[in-house]
Design a binder for this molecule. Sequence first.
Ligand code: ARG
Length: 274
Amino acid sequence: MPDSRVPRRRRFLVCEPRHFAVQYAINPWMRPGEPVDVIRALDQWQALVDTYRAHGHTVETVAPVPGLPDMVFAANAALVVEGRVFGSLFHAPERRPESIPYQAWFKQAGFEEVHHPESVCEGEGDLVPAGRWILAGTGFRTTPEAHREVQEFFGIPVVGLTLVDPYFYHLDTALFVLDEENIAYYPEAFSPGSREVLARLYPDAVTATREDALAFGLNSVSDGRHVFISPGATALADQLAHRGYVPVPVDLSEFHKAGGGIKCCTQEIRENRS
Ligand code: ARG
């Protein structure tokens, strides 16, 4: 069974953490003034980029802007499906200016259709394309109004899910897509009704423990075979290996101080629907 898992080459957009810091608190992980080791952050981030490239993925970069310490979290900048870009409108005023350099990057990269959302929407942080639909988180950041806007823009069904634990404030901290058919998630991060929705849609899902989730194990990126995953999520990595996936540990511990991990640092550019 292990060799039946087929990787698909991805195109990623990332942002060097040259100006990364914890200067404000917009989630429970952040303690302003907590020192961040920028050299260590740069090394960890570079290791992520090198690992993606070593697995055949394309990685492009957007230039970091001074004064935007969370700009490294590229996932929040947009959702890109079929080459169409649904941009961001951040919840926190501190992050709002990030949308501008990212939208400029998409324009200069040749993406003609760049939508500016009317409601708060934090890109792939809360919007997760999963085969035939888009899973969409709400509760802390992205609004249900934005879910409607996303469905209208892409013409793809949007499945709304309510997050209830402030430590898992973005959908991508509580759930990730393994491949076209399946996901991994931490059930307790969701409202009872949303948990039931996930159980109906994914009876065969990989479910993670709170320990795995707190280790940023659900903030992973899968190419269908390799799962780039936080090394602290050991029980989850074992489960994935059992299912025939290949866990590839990448340590982004310096970014956990801001409430981010592997997926947060990774924007996926999807030319085709997936
Ligand atoms: N400090 C950032 C925030 O709270 C972290 C964002 C993490 N990104 C993510 N896709 N979950 O907004």
